[in-house]
Ligand binder design. Structure first.
Ligand SMILES: [Zn+2]
Length: 252
């Protein structure tokens, strides 16, 4: 059958629907979602459905490496975020992200031309410095508050950075962020440092990781240094705190 064949798509969807619900998918279930995504990809009017299938594969813990690689490759083709990957980024599936709600997000339609830095304003336990699990938990709780309390489709930031300098994959660059209020989010990449920097500066590791990430984004998307700003550039707020604001002055 040629790719995008409607009969095959319907058959795969039917088979998937008949599978028992379970947290751990079998090899063949993953394979069915992957084949479905690959068939849907041939039809440009079904990109959203295709995206959903690839996401499903990546957010299940059971896919084999070769299956994950196919999903990542398909997603890269689909989302134009091809080419941007920050080495060592902790993937959503690893920190335990909830599945995003695509109906509550806007596609990233314009070029990326701003980078806005925030703080989480939470006092972060010193355990985050050492324990990866505590960092994962902190990122999960921010995502949960954005989705459950604020009704966002996903965590509002594209990247998060913890005090140990770990960088977490937030909202995909496929989508506009939700961090700078309304239209300010268009073309605006959001980065959140975990912690409250009103009274103390971020750790050296967090500042170094932020700088590497910002420089990588700037060169990947040709963003000018003067377009790296704190949340206060857009609206009256203490975010990202006096100390982090002072650190951002290096870009002006
Ligand atoms: Zn902010």
């Amino acid at each position: 059958m040629p790719p995008g064949e409607a009969g095959l798509i319907t058959a795969l969807q039917g088979w998937i629907r008949r599978q028992p619900r379970s947290d751990s998918a079998t090899y063949w279930q993953v394979e069915a979602h992957l084949r479905l995504a690959e068939e849907l990809q041939a039809d440009t009017t079904r990109r959203q459905e295709c995206l959903t299938e690839y996401r499903w594969v990546l957010e299940h813990t059971t896919p084999r490496d070769s299956q994950k690689a196919r999903a990542n490759a398909g997603l890269a083709r689909l989302t134009q975020e091809r080419g941007f990957h920050f080495p060592g980024t902790i993937r959503r599936a690893v920190w335990g992200a909830l599945t995003e709600d695509m109906h509550e997000m806007d596609p990233a339609s314009s070029m990326w031309n701003w980078i806005t830095v925030h703080h989480s304003a939470m006092e972060v336990s010193s355990k985050v410095h050492g324990s990866q699990a505590v960092g994962h938990q902190a990122v999960r709780s921010i995502q949960a508050s954005h989705m459950n309390a604020r009704g966002y489709g996903d965590v509002g930031y594209h990247f998060l950075v913890d005090p140990a300098g770990r960088v977490y994959e937030g909202r995909s660059l496929k989508w506009q962020g939700a961090h700078a209020r309304g239209k300010n989010n268009v073309g605006n990449i959001g980065i959140c440092l975990l912690g409250n920097f009103e009274n103390a500066p971020p750790t050296r590791q967090a500042q170094n990781a932020l700088h590497r990430l910002v420089e990588s984004l700037r060169s990947g998307f040709a963003i000018g240094a003067t377009h790296v700003v704190g949340h206060g550039h857009w609206t009256s707020t203490k975010c990202p705190g006096r100390h982090l604001d002072a650190a951002l002055a290096r870009y002006r």
